[in-house]
Write a protein that binds this ligand. Structure first.
Ligand SMILES: Cc1cc2nc3c(=O)[nH]c(=O)nc-3n(C[C@H](O)[C@H](O)[C@H](O)COP(=O)(O)OP(=O)(O)OC[C@H]3O[C@@H](n4cnc5c(N)ncnc54)[C@H](O)[C@@H]3O)c2cc1C
Length: 591
């Protein structure tokens, strides 16, 4: 007999587990969240919070709370390479959609500008909200030890760390959100592909007022590019976590030949070197060591175990995708679990979690790894090479400032290298553009839209089934709302326009047959929502009488080009395919 029973057990209160808790609570699913540490992240790691993640906070009703503690997009604008903060600035790039050209792309794509918010600040926002809900039982200092599963559920063994007391929890499903060394994933036997331990770095968290070096060129990343320091990383990279006094210095090193002492003396000396100011007295707040991995799980599900976040995708911090992908995993899974637990959907809907999210994880892991390799391009364009002497480095840098064709060529090469950096710092297509090509989506027979621009750099909105619902501002009678705001809870949303009035009856009929709630929204009609700028008409890719069916995670499930007399039957059929039949045809297999 288990000591307690709960529908869902979540292991790990990092960004993935905390997001899953908030979402499950919103969907009315009781759950236990266990975290082995006594509190949330005690050192800042992730900090770039992209638009999709802020949109998920918006969905959870937490966007304002996040913005209240985060650094706004305007202060993330620059990526700077310099010999020291006080020394020569050698290169600069507009980052995170801040250039005049890219700002329009980013603004058009989302109601929610991205922010910079260290994990130490973001996690408490999620935790505070999670604790407000009665559906959540949240226990810190409780460690997951092991589990067994059978056809009806999972029995997991926990240990309360202070007392050493162990207890058993019986749940319908187990979410593995226990990070890069996931014990759950290992015990579940989910195959992890790729390599680990490819490089090592130490994060030094410190406080120092660097306003006079940074306020005129606000940004997040300041790359040390000084002759005579390690080729790729200099003495270290500065990450600004809160302007202009909270930082992390990242020092990469080769553990086979070097050690990085976790001492204030070492850290202060390095920080002074990067800042170029021997008088500053930074307050050292913590050290943490991390390694670069290039790994993704081949699948994210094993029976009743569903894995998310770093537990299934592990990669360098380049592109800032780890936390973002982890929270997006939770958004994809939570509504599916809620519907399955309510008996509204079958097991195959849970399979779609893996078939939809694993390819995204694979893309993210590969992109981040490629970006890490491409960082060398800027250093090479500056004239730096591995094992170069300091004097040779300065001489090479000098060439960048020479008049004449040779200098022109060097400057052009640097601009080219910086353009490559857009694949890391302005990769809007990677951040927002993922589409689910196999999963809980019913194709409408149209081919996937061909990218008009580079699909990694540019997000191309579309209502093609599997894509994310495009954002457009609408007038909701006295308040401005986004199309994304039309999707709430675990309801499906059906968006139609002038002449599409009969979709309301069709949706009602489909709900009667399937039990799945559908909210119908009429955009552009006099008594509906106003398409104030005509943006939705441009984006919807169906006729005004047509409809776009949107899932609770804002991905398009299906669309109809126009209203037809068999709309109700079609809609029923689509929902059956999405949620019902797929469950009936497959049994849950547990080894
Ligand atoms: C230097 C650095 C910079 C980064 N920058 C960014 C960035 O800018 N943007 C971005 O998106 N990502 C970034 N990342 C990546 C990001 O930190 C991770 O992807 C993210 O934390 C993953 O979240 P998670 O919830 O999956 O795992 P984690 O944050 O690792 O959380 C897992 C939790 O599970 C707990 N746990 C583990 N085992 C057990 C157990 N047996 N029982 C109970 N609890 C357990 C752990 O204590 C931990 O709290 C960065 C990473 C590093 C190292």
């Amino acid at each position: 007999m288990a000591d307690m029973k709960v529908p869902v057990l979540i292991v790990g209160a990092g960004p993935a587990g905390l997001a899953a808790s908030n979402l499950l609570s919103r969907y009315g699913v009781r759950h236990l969240l266990v975290e082995k540490h006594p509190g949330t992240a005690h050192t800042p790691r992730a900090h770039i919070v992209n638009q999709r993640t802020v949109e998920i906070f918006r969905h959870m009703g937490l966007e304002d709370r996040l913005r209240a503690v985060a650094t706004p997009n305007e202060l993330m604008a620059n990526n700077v390479w310099l010999t020291s903060l006080a020394g020569l600035e050698v290169a600069r790039l507009h980052a995170w959609g801040s250039s005049p050209e890219r700002a329009a792309d980013y603004r058009k794509a989302s109601p929610s500008p991205m922010v910079n918010c260290p994990q130490t600040v973001l996690e408490p926002v999620l935790l505070e909200a999670a604790r407000e809900r009665s559906e959540a039982d949240i226990r810190f200092g409780h460690e997951f030890l092991s589990f067994v599963q059978d056809a009806d559920g999972v029995t997991a063994t926990m240990r309360e760390r202070t007392s050493g007391v162990t207890y058993e929890v019986r749940s319908d499903y187990l979410i593995a959100a226990d990070g890069g060394r996931s014990r759950v994933v290992e015990q579940a036997g989910l195959p992890i592909e790729g390599e680990s331990g490819l490089a090592t770095a130490v994060n030094v968290w410190f406080e120092a007022d660097l306003t006079r070096y940074l306020a005129h060129r606000p940004g997040v990343l300041y790359w040390h590019a000084a002759p005579g320091t390690p080729f790729l990383t200099g003495a270290g990279t500065l990450i600004c976590h809160q302007p202009w006094d909270q930082f992390v210095m990242v020092c990469s090193y080769d553990p086979a030949t070097e050690t990085i002492p976790h001492t204030d003396e070492f850290a202060v000396e390095r920080i002074r070197q990067i800042v170029g100011d021997p008088t500053i007295t930074p307050l050292i707040k913590g050290f943490s060591t991390w390694t670069i991995n290039h790994q993704v799980a081949a699948r994210y599900r094993e029976g009743r175990v569903l894995a998310m976040g770093d537990a299934v995708h592990r990669h360098p911090p380049t592109n800032g995708l780890g936390l973002n992908t982890s929270i997006a995993d939770a958004f994809n899974l939570a509504w599916k679990l809620a519907m399955v637990l309510r008996g509204q959907a079958g097991q195959a809907l849970l399979d779609s979690y893996s078939s939809e999210r694993q390819p995204v994880g694979r893309q993210v892991v590969d992109r981040a790894m490629q970006s890490a390799g491409e960082m060398a391009a800027v250093k090479e364009a500056l004239g730096f090479f591995p094992d170069q002497s300091e004097a040779d480095g300065w001489a090479a840098l000098e060439g960048l400032y020479q008049p004449g064709p040779a200098g022109d060529r060097r400057r052009a090469a640097l601009r080219e290298a910086l353009a490559l950096m857009n694949y890391q710092f302005n990769a809007h297509g990677v951040e927002l553009g993922y589409r689910y090509r196999a999963g809980a989506v019913v194709p409408d027979g149209t081919p996937e839209p061909v990218p008009v621009r580079d699909p990694q750099l540019y997000y191309q909105p579309t209502t093609w089934p599997g894509a994310h619902l495009p954002h457009a501002w609408l007038d909701g009678r006295g308040r401005r709302i986004s199309t994304l705001d039309l999707v709430t809870g675990t309801h499906f949303s059906l968006i139609t326009g002038i002449g599409g009035e009969d979709w309301t009856a069709a949706a009602q009929r489909a709900t009667e047959v399937t039990g799945v709630p559908i909210d119908v929204h009429h955009i552009g009609t006099q008594d509906g929502l106003w398409d104030s700028y005509g943006d939705w008409a441009e984006l919807r890719e169906v006729e005004s009488t047509g409809a776009v069916l949107v899932r609770p995670d804002r991905h398009v499930a299906w669309r109809a080009a126009q209203f037809t007399s068999d709309a109700a039957a079609n809609l029923c059929d689509v929902l059956q395919q999405l949620l019902m039949n797929i469950g009936k045809t497959e049994e849950l297999s547990v080894q």
